[in-house]
Design a protein around this ligand. Structure first.
Ligand SMILES: Cc1cc2nc3c(=O)[nH]c(=O)nc-3n(C[C@H](O)[C@H](O)[C@H](O)COP(=O)(O)OP(=O)(O)OC[C@H]3O[C@@H](n4cnc5c(N)ncnc54)[C@H](O)[C@@H]3O)c2cc1C
Length: 391
């Protein structure tokens, strides 16, 4: 599917395409293509490469050090990035916290943190979920009590992605117990090296350490680290989640994944014949292609919203539901194509073709993508209320 780009947009597309061709290291591309995990150092190195080229904080306005691109330019950039086989350079600081600080932060917070996010000097993690407060986030219990110029924080956060890599955490805490749940929540920035913080690993079903439970025991945080006013945390949290959801859908990456799978079906064989000669598999590939096309139309609807200066509403929930379902079904397709190689676990290329080495790990981990960033059921509730007017 093509959009009618202007002459300037076509030039921009060429510029981005050339940059990735010349600057994406072959080993990064290969790892990304086969779904191998990246270490913290590898991730930061790639982020710094993007940052030096001005390609890291791509959604930020110029006044905060971003390129000030239009929604269409951002779409072109992401499509070219994915098509080149480059990882997204995932950063919660860029996608989630940056826009929040721009909208709600003090001048001091903006001056301190935004340049450090842009230069990849900090690694931020997200402290929202708690045991017993996931979908029902407003029931969170982690307590922040003001004592002089500092808040004293007690409680626990769970599923904290890369909390073990992070030096900073943006966190939702309860500052008032005597009002409507939502109104007692505040948004605060916490130094992960502060005394009283304990980060414990949770190993996920792919056998990797992405997740953690974080415990806060009398952790003292300066009052100036509060973002917005006390009790404004719920408004800020909702603002941030829209940004998170649109990103999680990963449409451009699914397109690349799909075209790689289609290619694999031609080059890999089973019982002496190319996989593509299997009629059942051909049908599944066709189904995926049709779903991807529909997904791209939904992506265009959110793009049209942002291009017109409207915040994406329920479309971002639709996109999250369909985008993550597609990621899961593509991972299923890869496992099916892998056949016996799907049994391979933490092995190397002496045991299976590289393209299938991480098939099962990825399939397992991606069960979570319809949960994180707000579960599918919860997104469907949003769509039912906002798009269909159901209560
Ligand atoms: C891999 C991974 C990474 C994550 N990273 C982070 C992170 O970095 N930071 C962070 O703060 N959190 C993170 N999370 C947490 C994530 O946001 C929560 O898991 C998610 O919001 C769901 O909450 P829960 O796990 O408590 O499940 P629950 O809320 O207990 O839900 C259980 C089931 O009930 C369903 N359900 C719940 N409420 C409703 C409803 N009203 N209507 C219909 N069905 C409903 C859900 O869809 C789900 O199927 C991560 C989770 C995962 C799996």
């Amino acid at each position: 599917m093509n959009i009618d780009y202007t002459k300037e947009e076509l030039e921009f597309q060429q510029e981005v395409r050339t940059w990735f061709k010349e600057n994406l290291p072959e080993d990064v591309k290969r790892k990304h293509q086969i779904g191998a995990p990246f270490s913290k150092d590898e991730t930061v190195a790639w982020q710094k490469t993007l940052s030096k080229a001005g390609y890291f904080v791509v959604g930020w306005p110029e006044e905060h050090g971003g390129p000030g691109w239009t929604a269409t330019q951002r779409y072109i950039f992401d499509s070219e990035r994915a098509a080149a086989g480059a990882p997204v350079g995932m950063s919660m600081g860029v996608i989630m916290l940056g826009p929040v600080l721009m909208a709600f932060g003090t001048q001091e917070q903006k001056d301190l943190y935004l340049p450090r996010i842009k230069d990849c000097d900090d690694w931020w993690c997200q402290g929202y979920s708690e045991p017993g407060a996931g979908s029902d986030l407003a029931s969170l219990k982690t307590q922040a009590v003001l004592d002089g110029d500092e808040y004293v924080i007690n409680g626990t956060k769970i599923w904290t992605t890369y909390g073990h890599h992070a030096n900073l955490c943006f966190c939702l805490v309860r500052t008032d117990n005597d009002c409507k749940q939502q109104l007692g929540i505040s948004f605060i920035l916490i130094d992960m090296e502060a005394e009283g913080i304990d980060v414990r690993p949770i190993i996920s079903i792919d056998g990797e350490h992405h997740l953690n439970q974080v415990f806060f025991d009398d952790v003292r945080v300066p009052k100036k680290n509060l973002v917005g006013a006390e009790g404004q945390g719920w408004t800020i949290a909702k603002y941030l989640l829209t940004h998170e959801r649109t990103t999680i859908a990963g449409v451009a990456d699914s397109k690349l994944n799909f075209s790689n799978l289609k290619e694999l079906a031609k080059t890999q064989t089973a019982n002496g014949a190319p996989l593509i000669e299997d009629e059942q598999l051909r049908l599944k590939i066709a189904e995926e292609e049709i779903k991807l096309l529909a997904l791209e139309y939904t992506n265009f609807r959110t793009l049209a919203d942002t291009a017109a200066g409207r915040a994406p509403g329920p479309e971002s929930s639709l996109l999250k539901v369909k985008g993550t379902e597609t990621q899961q079904s593509l991972s299923e397709l890869r496992v099916e194509m892998a056949g016996n190689y799907a049994y391979v676990w933490k092995a190397d290329e002496t045991v299976a073709p590289a393209e299938f080495l991480h098939a099962t790990e990825q399939y397992n981990f991606l069960r979570a993508c319809t949960i994180y960033g707000g579960s599918t059921e919860v997104q469907k509730n949003v769509v039912a209320k906002m798009l269909l007017g159901l209560k």
